[in-house]
Design a binder for this molecule. Sequence first.
Ligand SMILES: Nc1nc2c(ncn2[C@@H]2O[C@H](COP(=O)(O)OP(=O)(O)O)[C@@H](O)[C@H]2O)c(=O)[nH]1
Ligand SMILES: [Mg+2]
Length: 647
Amino acid sequence: MSLVQQFSAYSDWRSSLADTLTRLGGWLAEQDLADTASRAQLDALHERLLGDRLTVAFVAEFSRGKSELINAIFFADCGARVLPSSAGRTTMCPTEILFDPAKLPCIELLPIETRAANTPIAEYRRYPDQWRRFTFDPGFAATIQSALSRVGERKAVSRQDARRMGFAIDPNGQSGLAPDAEGRVEVPAWRHAVINFPHPLLRQGLVILDTPGLNAIGAEPELTLSLLPAAHAVVFVLAADAGVTRTDLDVWRDHLRAAGEQAHGRIVVLNKIDGLWDGLRAPEEVDSEIDRQIDIVARTLAVPLDRVFAVSAQKGLLAKVSGDAQLLERSRIARLEQALSSELLPAKRRIVGEDVRRDAEGILREVRELLDARHAGAAEQLAELARVRGRNRDVIEYMARKIALDRKEFEQAVHRYHAVRSVFAGLSNRLLARLGSDAQRAAARRTREEMLAATFSIGLRATMARYFAGLHEALAASESDIDEILRMLKAMYRRFVVEHALKLGEPPRFSTRRYEQRIARLEEAFNRHLNRPVSILTMEKRALTEKFFETVVTQARGTFAIAARDAEGWLRAVAGPLETQLREHQAQLRRRQENLDRVNEAAGALEARLAELRETEARLAVQLAELAEFGAALNGSLQVAAEPAAA
Ligand SMILES: Nc1nc2c(ncn2[C@@H]2O[C@H](COP(=O)(O)OP(=O)(O)O)[C@@H](O)[C@H]2O)c(=O)[nH]1
Ligand SMILES: [Mg+2]
């Protein structure tokens, strides 16, 4: 399948999942089985599914052909070169290409001056008036091109202004920008660009991130600390005519090699192989030269051979635009597209699938347990009444007394549960407070104060290290809170299962491991990019503090916010079913007693009650079957997610 087809299949799958969830929500409401918690959970899941995006980032030194490659892979059907691509630096700022149907096709640009304000780009997304907007007509290549060429704009500013915006100045041009004769330096005009482009893949949630050369002096840590790690695939581009240069290696080492969880999602492209088709060498010779270069690249970057794709972006674009199948074959673009889609989509399906599985299965299980309990209850009442048939009053009264005794005992157990419940509430609150925003805000405030008060770089580093230690500690403490909660719940569950025959599965586990991993990754990126003696010595204390907050603290707080949300969901999921079952069991005992009382009072009551119960039992069986259908539909979709993609 081509990238476009794979992607369409993925979004079809996603919307069919979303559909099933909508139908499930409707059914639960209609059957009076939805509580507010499960409704909120379903809505949130639905929203997450539909808002789901997939980001592919292109990273390289400038002029390796990133923009051309994006044109060839994604925009050839526009019939022209959409992103500007030419010798020299044409992309001066990170550029996101996506589609938001709520907006007109346009390019939005955040002025470079905003860097002086020390506010992260993510924050500016909430203030549209801070961006300059230029619309274009997606039907006219010329208007697109002229709007998009703005990503290459630059401007001359004074040294002081440049420094205030965080650019390093160096008269030799070695470690910073070199001022001209008038003492001015040239900086990019824009800090970030977002291109809103109505393209089928972008409509379906694909986001493309084109970057300027990362070693571009003064690149923002936000790019490396938050935009790249969030990408689902990163394409690293080299050029055959340049080979692997020093700066290429630096970019690879600093930004790509260790950036993700694994090598997964990393693709290396060796572009411009058309330079080797000099018309003098035989095709076999060209091919073996390409193989030789792939081999060198793989060895230099220490990646498997099959991670390296030799292509010609330029010829690929030309071939697609002019419909030249032979040239397309020679450009080898299709192989790269294939790799990109099989890299991207199955992994994404798995992640999204796991998310849905976790949340949806919890809801389904809870409803199933409830229906099962009701169903078993109806059957029990039926059997009991059948036994009563033809018996005398004494026997029936004796049975009623026995139920009354059971009821009393159960009430006592519920009482004991309520006592434990307050302990549970205390533990839950402690857990949520550890992960919650108040604690995180306080830790951040403390860290900022200490950083600004630090007199030496040692103090600064120690404070930042303490901040991380605090995060790890909070997560470790949460883990032991969770253990304690689980131990208590398990004992509780077991007791009700053994002593009162309640139908409860084991409470599910919750672990902070994935947040711990995220924080560890963040720390690693921080150590690599910010926590270096050079950054700390050259950056002004206030600027460093702000950078630390914009990048590290913002991300850490984001992670904790997700952890708190997940923990809250888990607490609801473990406490909910038990409470529901307790209520059900109480109602069941009451109904049984009422049955017997009624039978004793009136002669015809027994048969009427039996008929009623049979009806109830049948209705519950239908509900259970319908619920099982939802489970099967979800499972079917999720199964597809777990399988490797068909080639
Ligand atoms: N010969 C050749 N030139 C290419 C190819 N891809 C890009 N280029 C040229 O390389 C230069 C830089 O390309 P561009 O896409 O702007 O690179 P970027 O800075 O990495 O985005 C431009 O002059 C392109 O025309 C290719 O496959 N073959
Ligand atoms: Mg470019």
